[in-house]
Design a protein around this ligand. Structure first.
Ligand SMILES: Nc1ncnc2c1ncn2[C@@H]1O[C@H](COP(=O)(O)OP(=O)(O)OP(=O)(O)O)[C@@H](O)[C@H]1O
Ligand SMILES: [Mg+2]
Length: 266
């Protein structure tokens, strides 16, 4: 499957991208020399310490922020504004409280002026795929945390884009519902052949779901390592008990422990 050096199937490419924000005490470097590519159809995760720039990195790919230096390209086009190729699921679900579940999922269709019977059918089908049939007329406050996240996922998928950027989508869930949501995401990804970029604090989640996992250093965030996962698919929870899985999790954990430890010499 791999095409050495071709890069033709790369769908997201960052080249020597730096990001600085202006803070109260002057500019702060948030991302430093980010240089990697994500292949079309790949499931790619990013882990790193809090504040290292993971959300900022997703925003660069989504086109909601611009790099201070370097370039970000999606499907061969430099990203200069909100990308029409990618949907972003934010760290909070951002559902509109005054709209029902169905109307939240129909928002992308409404924005693009295509809210018709076909769009409603697609929305209902998506809602069914994440196990929310019967709740179409509920308002967000009538849904549980996990249901809200699935509603936000439906809304992101309803835009029908090839790239799904997810920022800690399951961060607030208990461990049982987390596993269910992870399996649901894997099934959706396998069925739709999306490119997924997932930011997570959960090393287990990253290894279970991903083709590759990028480990970042503390701010200014750099890519320390990109690890190939290579476990057979579809992966079920039981995969976590295999020696290969345990070793991969341990490697990521060691990398993160290494970058968190205070530097031996300045
Ligand atoms: N709009 C902004 N203006 C100024 N500074 C910002 C802005 N957005 C983010 N930052 C700073 O950039 C750094 C990285 O933030 P970011 O949200 O990308 O981190 P993160 O890795 O997603 O952290 P977490 O894991 O806690 O979500 C932080 O120091 C933050 O204060
Ligand atoms: Mg974040």
């Amino acid at each position: 499957m791999s095409e050495p050096g071709a890069g033709a199937r790369d769908t997201i490419r960052l080249a020597r991208a730096d990001k600085e924000f202006s803070g109260p005490g002057g500019p702060i470097g948030v991302l430093d020399g980010i240089d990697f590519a994500i292949r079309a159809g790949e499931f790619f995760s990013i882990v790193g310490p809090s504040g290292c720039g993971k959300s900022t990195l997703l925003q660069l790919i989504a086109g909601l922020e611009r790099p201070t230096r370097g370039t970000v390209a999606v499907e061969g086009q430099a990203v200069r504004g909100p990308s029409p190729r990618a949907s972003l699921m934010f760290q909070r679900d951002n559902l509109l409280e005054w709209r029902t579940l169905l109307d939240n999922v129909l928002l992308p269709a409404e924005i693009s002026g295509t809210r018709d019977a076909a769009a409603r059918d697609r929305a209902r089908e998506l809602i069914a795929q994440v196990g929310l049939s019967g709740f179409e007329r509920y308002y967000p406050y009538q849904l549980s945390g996990g249901m809200r996240q699935r509603a936000a996922l439906c809304r992101a998928l309803a835009a029908n884009r090839d790239i799904l950027l997810m920022d800690e989508p399951f961060g607030a869930l208990d461990s049982l519902s987390r596993v269910e949501h992870q399996m649901m995401l894997q099934d959706l990804w396998l069925r739709r052949r999306l490119t997924v970029v997932l930011v997570t604090h959960d090393i287990r989640e990253a290894v279970l779901l991903s083709d590759r996992v990028a480990v970042m250093t503390p701010r200014p965030g750099r890519i320390l390592r990109i690890l190939d996962i290579g476990l057979a698919r579809p992966r079920r929870e039981e995969a976590e008990e295999t020696p290969a899985f345990i070793e991969l999790v341990a490697r990521v954990r060691r990398d993160l422990a290494g970058v968190r430890a205070p530097a031996a010499a300045a």
